[in-house]
Design a protein around this ligand. Structure first.
Ligand code: HEC
Length: 129
């Protein structure tokens, strides 16, 4: 009991980004990021490509599941960066610049009302067929 209290103070917030992912995202996206066909997208396929365009970086933050998670800006940035390197390394460029807390702060205030439409437009405009 006392040990638990001590640990709670000793461990800084977001010490374990994987736990944050499991707590805030895996309920829908599953622990390996594979999602559920036709209802929850996989985080293992296109994200590395999406993040190459500025609007795509914002998109990863602005989808409701990200932007409304009970995580602070630094914590959400860490989880998204973790998702990219952990699940999407196959499509992630070597020169990928991690999202910052500041970037996340701005983007998450602008929650996407129609993420699927935004994604389709993003793809059509910047990422080809
Ligand atoms: C309640 C279920 C749910 C939770 C929790 C959730 N998501 Fe999602 N996520 C979705 C759904 C559904 C979509 C598809 C877009 C939409 O309809 O919102 C999505 C889309 C995404 C996308 C875009 C994927 C693509 O290929 O277009 C990313 C990135 C993402 N979520 C990340 C996260 C992260 C990071 C968390 C945790 C902080 C999270 N999500 C939590 C359900 C969820």
């Amino acid at each position: 009991m006392y040990l638990a209290i001590l640990l709670a103070f000793a461990v800084p917030a977001h010490a374990d980004t994987r736990s944050d992912y499991l707590l805030h995202c895996s309920g829908c996206h599953l622990s390996d990021g594979s999602g559920t066909p036709r209802s929850v997208p996989s985080l293992r396929e296109d994200l590395g490509r999406i993040v190459t365009v500025e609007q795509g970086r914002g998109y990863l933050v602005r989808v409701p599941g990200s932007s409304q998670a009970l995580l602070d800006d630094a914590g959400l940035a860490a989880v998204i960066n973790w998702v990219l390197t952990e699940f999407s390394s196959a499509t992630l460029a070597d020169d990928f610049v991690p999202l910052t807390a500041e970037e996340v702060k701005g983007a998450r205030q602008d929650v996407l009302l129609d993420p699927l439409k935004f994604r389709a437009e993003l793809w059509r405009k910047y990422l080809g067929s």
